[in-house]
Design a protein around this ligand. Structure first.
Ligand SMILES: *Cc1c(COP(=O)(O)O)cnc(C)c1O
Length: 457
């Protein structure tokens, strides 16, 4: 197919939309290590997991063998409200960079929650509803996940209790109000609503909270009340499964127009958008059908893949969640106070961790001032105001395109543009005022945090 027939923005037709999610674990030779019970150090059974998660989601979490899982009709119907998301050729950026590379981005910011998180929020809320539950509990940091889940719960008529990291609750009042508009109960964490919250407050009075701590509170709020389960917006294998819709749409669009990506780039917080975007392409690579270079981009201030350890660790500060083997900085790791935007989780998806450990994914870390410089450039050239998280991928896509310019190579680069940055203007303001700085944790700081990893043989 000739260049000219490729639209500037590729939207799939309705009959081209994925009808099944793709489970990359089915094609992985080395499966991610099993979740472990924190008390017994034995692999979590479906019964144990079902006390925390909806039963069907617990089954998806443990399913390492089924390659394709049907997307229920109700979820497909919801997806239709904001999907397909466009695969956009960044012509203006290519021109501004003077690169022979072709740059495409898959844009997930075209829904009110402003990010890809809605893809899994609706799936998790659906299975909760189907199980006859009253509601779900969760944590949110920057607020995108809480917003996405609020939207999904409003649609299905479920209660939605969100524990929001206290500093975000105070710094992002508009995010909070969006969630409340969709009917969620939003509690700043740590709170005195839960035993674990009260304990943390006693130990660290005046703490502004952390994701790990909010997770502990949300899990407690789910497991101590009838009719509630806990849901999580990233890290888990089930979330990567739901997010595979991003990669499946991207692959169908690429195949339809004869686009052959050489490099696929995603930002990595807990690994869900990256995992979702690359999954179907990784499947081809694992089956020996094609080859791609995958790049995970993480903040230099929270470098779990590039400087963490591959080990079993707690997913939360309260140490109530199952243990997961992952690249981690230690569950007590909290990025420095000047870290501005998202991607602040101490660990990484078990699937992404295993793929990285097997050398199938590359990872780089970038400093936030360079990320915001890339974000500003992208906004001015391509028009979209990107989320700081997404801008990590933009930064590395630009770097790769500039390498192509040096070597005069016409590579095709695809990156995930996970969301918009309208609620991140305090961080943008800091950058615009020249007041943003970088902090890279020292080896000693990381070692100190890793020393507290659980001892598992
Ligand atoms: C949550 C979020 C991320 C990071 O989460 P992953 O699970 O690593 O995908 C990235 N971008 C945006 C816009 C987000 O909201």
């Amino acid at each position: 197919m000739s260049e000219k027939t490729i639209p500037y923005k590729i939207y799939l037709e309705e009959n081209e939309m994925p009808k099944q999610w793709y489970n990359v674990r089915a094609d992985m030779k080395n499966k991610p290590a099993p979740l472990m019970n924190p008390a017994t150090h034995k692999p979590m059974t479906i019964e144990e997991l079902s006390q925390v998660f909806c039963t069907e989601l617990a089954a998806q979490e443990l399913d390492d063998t089924t390659p394709y899982i049907d997307i229920p009709q109700e979820i497909s119907d919801f997806y239709k409200m904001y999907r397909p998301s466009p695969l956009v050729r960044a012509y203006c950026l290519e021109k501004a960079l003077g690169t022979p590379a072709k740059i495409y981005y898959k844009f997930e910011g075209n829904n009110t929650s402003g990010s890809h998180k809605l893809n899994s929020a609706i799936a998790q809320a659906y299975y909760a509803k189907k199980q006859g539950l009253k509601g779900v509990t969760t944590e949110t940091g920057a607020g995108q996940w809480g917003t996405a889940l609020s939207m999904a719960c409003a649609y299905l008529g479920l209660d939605c209790d969100v524990y929001m990291v206290k500093c975000s609750y105070e710094q992002k009042p508009f995010r909070r109000e969006v969630m409340r508009t969709y009917g969620a109960n939003v509690t700043p964490s740590p709170s005195n609503k839960t035993a674990v919250g009260r304990k943390i407050l006693e130990e660290f009075p005046g703490t502004t909270g952390s994701l790990g701590c909010a997770i502990s509170e949300a899990v407690e709020a789910a497991t101590t009340r009838e009719g509630y389960r806990y849901v999580l917006g990233s890290v888990l294998s089930q979330v990567l499964l739901h997010q595979s819709v991003i990669g499946l749409e991207t692959m169908t669009a690429c195949d339809k127009y004869g686009i052959n990506p050489d490099i696929i780039i995603g930002c990595a917080g807990g690994g869900s958008n990256l995992g979702g975007l690359i999954s179907p392409f990784m499947g081809r690579k694992l089956r020996g059908e094609a080859d791609y270079k995958f790049i995970a981009v993480e903040p230099a201030s929270c470098p779990s893949l590039t400087r963490g350890k591959y080990a079993y660790d707690f997913c939360d500060t309260g140490m109530v969640c199952p243990l997961q083997k992952m690249y981690t900085l230690g569950s007590g790791f909290i990025p420095s106070a000047n870290h501005a935007g998202g991607l602040r989780y101490h660990g990484m998806s078990g699937v992404v961790s295993q793929l990285y450990d097997d050398g199938l994914i590359d990872a780089v870390s970038v400093e936030q001032t360079s990320v915001f410089a890339a974000a500003q450039k992208f906004a001015r050239i391509e028009g979209i105001l990107p989320a700081p998280e997404s801008s990590h991928a933009i930064k590395v896509a630009i770097d790769e395109a500039m390498k192509c310019k040096e070597t005069d190579e016409e590579k095709t680069i695809v990156f995930g543009l996970t969301g918009t940055g309208y609620f991140d203007m305090v961080a943008y303001q800091k950058f615009n005022d020249g007041e943003m700085s970088d902090y890279i944790p020292t080896d000693e700081e990381i070692a100190k945090s890793l020393a507290k990893l659980p001892k598992i043989n």
